[in-house]
Design a protein around this ligand. Structure first.
Ligand code: SF4
Ligand code: SF4
Length: 62
């Protein structure tokens, strides 16, 4: 099981990560991207980490 979090301070709001999330967990709110829904629904695919230019996304394996 994985849990994803986004550091608000680091997120630049580029919206690069949202479309590629297979769990549809990442939502752009107009300024930043947030984890919408249960963070533990993260599938650990690392797509968001790969595309994030600021290192704002963290995934932890539980
Ligand atoms: S690791 Fe994959 S499933 Fe998890 S939040 Fe990122 S894109 Fe979505
Ligand atoms: S890719 Fe990174 S900087 Fe861009 S919206 Fe997602 S978390 Fe924020």
């Amino acid at each position: 099981m994985y849990i994803v979090s986004i550091d608000e301070e680091l997120c630049s709001g580029c919206n690069a990560c949202t479309a590629g999330c297979p769990a549809r967990l990442l939502k752009f709110n107009g300024e930043k991207t947030e984890v919408a829904g249960e963070a533990t629904e993260c599938m650990g695919c690392e797509s968001c980490i790969t595309v994030c230019p600021t290192g704002a996304v963290t995934i932890q394996e539980l």
